[in-house]
Design a protein around this ligand. Structure first.
Ligand SMILES: [Zn+2]
Length: 338
């Protein structure tokens, strides 16, 4: 064997060592009785605690062969081996960083604050995906409640959130929405999906494509399809405004009964041709586009536009293939109160 070949083999071995998962700094308890392996980290933790919180781990530990020297046997995505005398379980497909977030949430009381809107998005996503996958019931309930708190299923609440220049879970709104959407879609948490699909629809298509690199085709397909339907409805609402103006002022106790019906009109409605549902809020439409109408007529028009927005809002889940908001809220309540 020449020197060059030896060098190549040596550096290959070093690379392999570097690629091997390392013991996690915090989640390595010397008296732990199971080692969980991921791409990046090894965690030495306790079977009892995992069993107490997760029915999947409980079931796994109850299998007669866990703890035996069953090298490399694959049991439905989980490979059982031994590591320094304790069972080694390889968590296939889970990222080390994500598992660290989940385990730290279990072991450190102050690590995961489910009532904090500033919890880092990485933590929220990791806990959502892994708590569903391994059935950590309490954590799943907490994280679903936390997400639904930021994305409430009502038009009035959403009007206060969508399109505002505020971060959610520490990152830009659309970045946050798209990552949570993908995570909820992959995990099958249906109760969160229509509101997240709606939320992510209020964006330019180029931004959606730019930020959806890792999104599954099925999720992206549903998003784009539903977004198109929503835009169609928004355009319809805007196009009908001039024709419905007199009708919309009918309920008004008009201060200028002769002048409003003949003089009131919209200006620059083309400014509303944007793919954003929040742009057609009644107050904004009237403030920016309605002229020559008295205060009473204006508030009557606002009310009529909001009624039409409510009609669209009620159908939004169906644009993405889901039943109505009430059914979604019932599913959410079921998770949150389980
Ligand atoms: Zn009037």
């Amino acid at each position: 064997m020449d020197v060059q070949m030896q060098d190549e083999r040596g550096s290959k071995r070093r690379r392999e060592d570097q690629d091997e998962p390392q013991r996690h700094d915090i989640l390595w308890f010397p008296d732990g009785n199971v080692v969980l392996a991921t791409d990046k980290y090894l965690f030495k933790v306790y079977k009892g605690l995992l069993s107490m919180h997760s029915s999947v781990f409980k079931g796994m530990f109850e299998l007669p062969n866990v703890g035996g020297a069953i090298g490399g046997q694959n049991t439905g995505g989980v490979v059982q081996e031994e590591y320094e005398g304790v069972p080694l379980i390889t968590l296939v497909g889970d990222k080390g960083e994500d598992v660290a977030h989940l385990l730290r949430a279990l072991y450190e009381r102050r690590y995961y604050k489910c009532y904090d809107s500033n919890t880092p998005l990485d933590v929220v996503v990791a806990i959502l995906v892994l708590s569903v996958k391994y059935d950590f019931e309490d954590l799943m309930r907490d994280v679903v409640r936390q997400i639904s708190g930021q994305f409430p299923m009502s038009l009035q609440s959403m009007d206060l959130v969508v399109g505002k220049d505020e971060n959610i879970f520490g990152v830009d709104q659309l970045v946050c929405g798209l990552r949570l959407l993908e995570a909820a879609f992959q995990s099958g948490v249906e109760a969160l999906l229509p509101i997240l699909f709606f939320f992510c629809s209020n964006a330019l298509i180029e931004d959606i494509f730019q930020l959806s690199d890792t999104m599954s085709p099925g999720c992206l397909h549903t998003l784009i399809k539903g977004r198109d339907r929503l835009i169609f409805k928004v355009n319809e609402l805007v196009s009908d405004l001039p024709e419905l103006l007199k009708f919309d002022m009918e309920e008004s106790e008009c201060l200028r009964q002769r002048r409003c019906p003949s003089e009131a009109r919209y200006k620059c409605l083309s400014g509303l041709s944007k793919p954003f549902f929040f742009c057609v809020e009644g107050e904004d439409v009237v403030k920016d586009h309605l002229i020559h109408a008295c205060a009473n007529c204006r508030s009557s028009v606002v009310k009529s536009i909001e009624e039409r927005r409510e009609e669209i809002w009620a159908k939004i889940p169906s644009y993405f293939g889901y039943p109505g908001w009430e059914e979604m809220q019932a599913k959410l309540d079921e998770i949150e109160n389980s």
